[in-house]
Ligand binder design. Structure first.
Ligand code: 13P
Ligand code: SF4
Length: 349
C-alpha cells in the first residue's frame, strides 16, 4: 500500500496539471483528507448552484454521493464530465424511493386527491424520481430552501406529495402551519396511506428516512440540557420532528456552519448531523464549545466511501486510463424532465 503523503502530493500535482479544466467539489460531510483538495465546498443547494453556473471546467470531480453527482450532470453542459470517485457512494435515503413504487403511489393519490396535487422531491433522490416529479409539474427541494419551496407549493396546490424523506417533509410542513392532522404517510411496502382523517390530508409524506439522522433522539438533548444549562442545540431537518422540536435551531449543513460562525466566543453548542462535519467545526471554532449531540452516531458511511485512495486512483485515471473513470451520465430523456424540476427550484431559491 502506498504512503498517503505520496497520494496527497500526486493529487495536487495532477490538479495543477489540469488547471481550470478540472474542478473538484466536496460536500460538507466529506472527510478532511478530501476537503483539503476542494475548489468548492457546500451543502446540496450550493453544490447544485455551482454545477449550474460553472461553464469552464471540462471535468468535475464530485466528492459527495451519487444523487449529487447526477444532479451536477443534469445541470452542467453535455461536454462537461462529472466523475464520482467511488461508484458505491450512494445515499440510503435516496434509495428508499424507486420509480415503480412512486408511480403506484401517484396513481392512487391522483385518483384520491387529483388533479390538485403536486409532487415534490428532496434533492436526495435519484434522477429518475426527479424526472417523474418534473413530468408531473412538480419541484425539487433541498434542506437549504425547503420552507421557501414548500410554502410556494402550498400556495399553488391543495395537496402535496413529498418524497422521499418524511422528516424533512414533516418538519417543514409543521413549521409552515400545516397541522399534524393534515399530514399523511404513504408506506411503499404496504402501499397504504396512513392518516388520521384521509379527507383532511394536505401533505402526504413518503415513508423514507436517513439512517444517520435517525440516530439522534430527544433523550440526548434532554441529557445535555440537564448537564449544561447554557447549551444551544442545532440539528439537521432530516432528524425526527421530536428532535427538531426539542432543539433550539434547525438547518441545512450550510445553515449549521453559518450559525456556528455567528455564535459568540465561549458559546456551548451541540450539533446533530454527520460527525465528520461536526468534528471539523470543533477544530475550526476552537474558541467555542462545540459538542456532538450523539458522539457514537456514525458519520455517513456512504459519504465516507470517497477517501484518499479512491481520489488518488481517480486522478491517476484522468491521466492514464480515462476509460476506467466512474463517469456519471444521466440519459437525455430522464435529464430533460429532472432539469425542469431542478430549474424551477433554482429560480425560486
Ligand atoms: P445538506 O443539503 O444540508 O448539505 O444535506 C445533505 C445531506 O445529505 C444531509 O444528510
Ligand atoms: Fe444520504 Fe443520510 Fe448520508 Fe445524507 S447522511 S447522504 S441523507 S444517507
Amino acid at each position: 500500500t502506498e504512503d498517503p503523503q505520496q497520494q496527497i502530493e500526486r493529487i495536487y500535482k495532477i490538479k495543477k496539471h489540469f488547471g481550470k479544466d478540472l474542478f473538484l467539489v466536496a460536500h460538507h460531510y466529506q472527510k478532511d483528507e478530501i476537503v483539503q483538495f476542494a475548489d468548492a465546498t457546500g451543502d446540496s443547494l450550493k453544490l447544485a448552484q455551482i454545477a449550474a453556473t460553472n461553464k469552464e471546467a471540462k471535468k468535475i470531480v464530485f466528492c459527495g454521493v451519487h444523487f449529487m453527482a447526477e444532479t451536477a450532470d443534469i445541470l452542467t453542459e453535455d461536454k462537461q464530465q462529472v466523475i464520482l470517485p467511488d461508484p458505491s457512494a450512494g445515499c440510503s435515503l435516496a434509495d428508499m424511493a424507486n420509480s415503480f413504487q412512486v408511480t403506484k403511489a401517484w396513481n392512487y393519490l391522483e385518483k384520491k386527491y387529483g388533479p390538485d396535487i403536486m409532487p415534490l422531491t428532496y434533492v436526495n433522490s435519484s434522477a429518475a424520481i426527479k424526472s417523474f416529479v418534473g413530468q408531473k409539474n412538480g419541484i425539487v427541494v433541498t434542506s437549504g430552501n425547503a420552507p421557501q419551496i414548500v410554502a410556494w407549493a402550498l400556495r399553488h396546490s391543495k395537496h402535496l406529495f413529498f418524497l422521499p424523506d418524511q422528516h424533512l417533509g414533516r418538519n417543514t410542513a409543521l413549521q409552515l402551519g400545516v397541522s399534524p392532522g393534515e399530514l399523511g404517510v404513504w408506506n411503499p411496502l404496504t402501499e397504504t396511506l396512513i392518516a388520521q382523517k384521509p379527507a383532511a390530508v394536505k401533505v402526504i409524506l413518503w415513508d423514507g428516512y436517513c439512517s444517520v439522522h435517525q440516530q439522534f433522539t430527544p433523550g440526548q438533548i434532554a441529557n445535555l440540557r440537564a448537564h449544561y444549562s447554557d447549551i444551544k442545540i442545532i440539528v439537521h431537518p432530516e432528524c425526527s420532528h421530536a428532535v427538531v422540536a426539542a432543539a433550539d435551531e434547525v438547518g441545512s449543513t450550510a445553515a449549521i456552519i453559518r450559525y456556528l460562525t455567528q455564535a459568540p466566543a465561549g458559546a456551548r453548542i451541540a450539533v446533530g448531523t454527520d460527525n465528520n462535519l461536526v468534528r471539523r467545526l470543533q477544530r475550526r471554532f476552537t474558541d467555542k464549545k462545540i459538542m456532538l449531540l450523539n458522539p457514537i452516531a456514525c458519520s455517513c458511511v456512504l459519504m465516507n466511501r470517497i477517501d484518499l485512495p479512491h481520489l488518488a486512483f481517480t486522478l491517476d485515471n484522468l491521466l492514464q486510463d480515462p476509460a476506467a473513470l466512474n463517469i456519471i451520465k444521466v440519459d437525455d430523456q430522464t435529464a430533460f424532465w429532472a432539469k425542469k424540476a431542478l430549474d424551477k427550484m433554482l429560480t425560486l431559491s
